[in-house]
Design a protein around this ligand. Structure first.
Ligand code: PNW
Length: 459
């Protein structure tokens, strides 16, 4: 049996646009994902989050399901456009009420809420009127929105995550254009990333000055990163793998720990990488109370001088021409339905890399999981491959802890099948199966396995 530390936090996660539906109810304004889904060809089969899991109406039943598997914690996100329909100004009472009731329901069931303030569903008005994350003004807008959330929910919410995966927002939203707002550029990702970091820092500053002492919570940021293993033992490939992780993760983690971008990025991106003002540097440095990590996959990295060979994998390491890194996967590695390679030891190596670079920070894995297409047979869903995946990744987490990493919790993505962005409803990450016609939920074998694991604090 793999036993975890007594206080290890076992959770599961979702996000607003992926599960709530009710896209225009309760005074909610449109978000960039509501708009993006209407653009022909952007989302598989023209699907959208209009209804999704109808969680907005079914949240009480969903909390019951969480209680059934014994979750300690539930990570969800707040839709900014429910709180401020135009992204600015007075809070919308119905939006406040919805999240307030959800939080109360969780607490009544002994489930600790972990709240993400931004999981990609930017109020459309801020995109149309202000160019979204390209405009420096957004840092103040985001901080004002965060202030409203701290004020209304902070008496009960003690765990805040400012942003989910600024890398995805920047690279997939402004570089490759496969996510909202669908822009393609080799400079905008660095500008968007810069303003995302500033927004994070301004929100944390408000929390720390106005709320933290009184409310007694913690606040941090969640970044995503895959592991990059050197393709060969050559010095060049080792450097390429290191460079790839810096372009992926240190891009956002160095500023929040050290107040600056990694040297390798400054040297290579040159004037397309903005620089921080002294004020911003000061606010960024040490602006996270924990390291939030979303981790899914591993690739091999080789040096690729002058970007001569092209990596063509969805969700690759970013703007590859800036990195001169060629990414590949081993044929024998098993892949999920997203074509992401299942390499559990990659998770341990990444945790150790973080531990080393940032001086043993407390780490929470805020997402890990896999898409497999299994559906119900005679009312049951046998997703043994997901159970195997979880065993593999959790074993390596356990080993990382044994090796000295301060890993404090794990949130399984996802609590239920949901709207998987550009892939629509076809990619199923949930430990609960969702029938999107009837909205019936069926716990998969992995949900029962996870319940046992939580109960035993190991497996
Ligand atoms: C994360 N990539 O997204 C998100 O936080 C979730 O909302 C999402 O459902 C989950 O992972 C599964 O996709 C990512 O291309 C999307 O590297 C793309 C990438 C990574 C994470």
């Amino acid at each position: 049996m793999k036993a975890f530390p007594e206080k290890f936090l076992w959770g599961s996660a979702t996000s607003s646009y992926q599960i709530e539906g009710a896209w225009n109810e309760g005074g909610k304004g449109p978000s960039i994902w509501d708009a993006f889904c209407t653009v022909p060809g952007r989302v598989a089969r023209g699907e959208s989050g209009e209804v999704a899991c109808d969680h907005y109406h079914r949240f009480k039943d969903d909390v019951k399901l969480m209680k059934n598997i014994g979750l300690h914690a539930y990570r969800f996100s707040i839709a900014w456009a429910r709180i401020q329909p135009n992204g600015r100004g007075k809070p919308n009472p119905d939006g406040i009420r919805f999240y307030s009731e959800l939080i109360d329901e969780l607490l009544a069931n002994d489930i600790v809420p972990w709240v993400t303030l931004y999981h990609w569903d930017l109020p459309l008005a801020l995109q149309m009127e202000n160019d979204g994350w390209l405009n420096p003004q957004i840092a103040d807008d985001f901080a004002a929105y965060a202030d409203i959330c701290f004020e209304h929910f902070g008496d009960r919410v003690k765990n805040w995550i400012t942003l989910n995966e600024p890398w995805v927002v920047s690279i997939l939203g402004y570089g490759q254009g496969v996510f909202a707002p669908g822009r393609t550029s080799n400079s905008e990702p660095y500008l968007a990333g810069h303003n995302l970091l500033r927004a994070h820092a301004y929100a944390v500053d408000i929390y720390r000055r106005k709320y933290q002492a009184k409310q007694g919570g913690q606040i941090g940021i969640t970044n995503n990163c895959d592991w990059r293993e050197p393709a060969t033992d050559s010095q060049e490939d080792k450097e390429a793998a290191q460079r790839a992780v810096e372009f992926f993760l240190a891009w956002f983690a160095d500023p929040v720990y050290c107040g600056q971008y990694p040297k390798v990025m400054v040297a290579r991106v040159k004037d397309r990488l903005p620089s921080f003002s002294d004020k911003d540097k000061g606010l960024l440095k040490n602006s996270t109370d924990f390291f939030g990590l979303n981790h899914y996959a591993t690739m091999l990295a080789a040096n690729n001088t002058n970007g001569s060979r092209k990596t063509e994998v969805y969700g690759n390491g970013g703007l590859s021409e800036d990195q001169d890194v060629l990414l590949t996967v081993k044929k024998e590695w098993e892949k999920t339905d997203m074509h992401w390679a299942i390499v559990p030891w990659g998770c341990r190596k990444l945790l150790e890399w973080i531990d080393d670079r940032y001086g043993r920070p407390p780490i929470y894995i805020t997402e890990n999981g896999c898409a497999f297409p299994e559906g119900p047979v005679d009312g049951k869903v046998d997703d043994q491959r997901r159970v195997d995946f979880l065993k593999g990744y959790l074993s390596e987490c356990n080993q990382a802890i044994a090796n000295g990493v301060d890993l404090r919790g794990y949130f399984l993505w996802s609590f239920m099948d949901n709207f998987e962005w550009a892939s629509g409803y076809s990619k199923r990450f949930g430990i609960h199966y969702v029938d999107f016609e009837t909205q019936e939920r069926i716990p998969k074998a992995s949900a029962f396995w996870y319940a046992d694991t939580i109960r035993n604090n190991g497996f």
